[in-house]
Ligand binder design. Structure first.
Ligand code: CAA
Length: 380
């Protein structure tokens, strides 16, 4: 087993770290306060190739492996988890799914600008009555000539107001249950397609999340991704990669919590010495470091399996389940170490807790990850 990163992987990590420290971190607090979308940052990330990291150069992507993607995602999320989720959705849910399953027509028309960061993507699966139980799609589509007509509503769509292209999952043959679900790509501005207001969230406040409404939205037949009836399998297969992205985001938040704690512990004095000299603090730091190392290893293992073309369903679910739990635990410990200062906005760590919590919810709750893991185990 080799734990060394390649030269290329280290280079990507370094480039992501430098960009995150110089361009993302300095304005993260302000953006969080104002729930402001990081428009300029996302534009620059696109120019640098980070919006289509794993897309092959043939379709204008950076052609990186999943391990490099994890390393970059950790750095960006450490600086600002909102930037992390915007990237994760565009890279793992939208670009990856399109490159793997869509037609050349879709790849040429939609994937290229998404991979270059000229356009932004969103993934619309969840609905008011279909969150964890994603097979229960009420959004439906029927065929009308060479078009399909979509009606319904989606909830909790990341990049919901800012995206240009939306992957929309809809029921097309109800009697076939989840084998009667189809995924379409819908352009912003299509008649009858609108979005709700930005949700006022607990955390990841500078990413935008909203509902989507479809009122007789006509989409050409060629905008079907993969094929009719494959939309649910498309969503599930794509979410496996998405879960590696969210696990990486969670690792980034946990690392940020530890770094802030170490810095504070070396400055803050109590009982005549820096608090870093108290065992009570040292034990917390050590526990956080061990948990983060485990989170990172399990996430990198899932990414390595993906790179090797092996099955990674169970490992991706394990990575998301574990890394999200550790992100919440580390953010809580960081607040405890900071004491009263941890509870006020002046210090960064309260944001880490608010940002961490959602990693246990989106792209499959922790409870869903356990179901996925258990089913994989029971398959033998
Ligand atoms: N990978 C690949 N295929 C999977 C899969 C996985 N992880 N999980 C299920 N499937 C496949 C099954 O193999 C089965 O396929 P076939 O019938 O073709 O063989 C099909 O999906 C149905 O599976 P089940 O019979 O197990 O269905 P179920 O209803 O009992 O359970 C579920 C399905 C695993 C609970 C699924 O509904 C699920 O993952 N729910 C969570 C949904 C989710 O993650 N939502 C996140 C929304 S996206 C988001 O958050 C975006 C954002 O903007 C951040």
């Amino acid at each position: 087993m080799n734990f060394d990163f390649t030269e290329d992987q280290l280079m990507i990590q370094q480039a992501a770290r430098e960009f995150a420290e110089a361009e993302i971190a300095p304005t993260a607090v302000e953006r969080d306060k104002n729930a402001e979308y990081p428009t300029e940052i996302i534009k620059k990330l696109g120019e640098l190739g980070f919006m289509g990291m794993m897309v092959s150069p043939e379709f204008d992507g950076a052609g990186l492996d999943a391990v490099s993607y994890v390393l970059a995602m950790i750095e960006f999320s450490k600086a600002d988890a909102s930037v992390g989720v915007i990237l994760s959705v565009n890279n793992s849910l939208v670009c990856y799914g399109l490159e793997k399953y869509a037609s050349d027509f879709i790849k040429n028309k939609y994937l290229r600008p998404l991979a270059k960061g000229e356009k932004l993507g969103a993934f619309a699966l969840s609905e008011p009555e279909a969150g964890s139980d994603a097979t229960q799609q009420a959004t439906n589509a029927y065929k009308d000539g060479d078009h399909w007509v979509i009606n319904g509503m989606k909830n909790w769509t990341t990049n919901g107001t800012s995206a240009d292209y939306y992957l929309v999952v809809a029921q097309t043959e109800k009697e076939k249950a989840h084998h009667g679900i189809t995924t379409f790509i819908v352009e912003k501005g299509t008649e009858g397609f609108s979005h709700g207001v930005k949700e006022d969230k607990l955390g990841i406040k500078s990413s935008d999340t909203c509902s989507l409404m479809f009122d007789n939205v006509r989409v050409p037949e060629e905008n079907i991704i993969w094929e009719v009836g494959k939309g649910f399998n498309f969503a599930m297969n794509t979410l496996n990669g998405g879960r590696i992205g969210i696990a990486s985001q969670a690792v980034g938040i946990a690392e940020a919590s530890l770094e802030a704690s170490i810095k504070y512990a070396k400055q803050r004095k109590s009982f005549g010495t820096e608090i870093a000299n108290h065992q009570a603090i040292q034990f917390k730091l050590a526990d956080m470091a061990v948990k983060i190392e485990n989170s990172k290893l399990i996430t990198l293992k899932a990414a390595s399996l993906k790179d090797a073309g092996k099955k990674y369903v169970k490992e991706a679910a394990m990575a998301k389940l574990y890394a999200s739990k550790i992100a919440v635990e580390c953010a809580l410990e960081a607040i405890q170490i900071h004491g009263g200062y941890g509870y006020v906005r002046e210090y960064l760590v309260e944001r880490y807790l608010r940002d961490a919590k959602v990693t246990e919810i989106y792209e499959g709750t922790s409870e869903i990850q356990k179901i996925v893991i258990a089913r994989e185990l029971l398959k033998g």
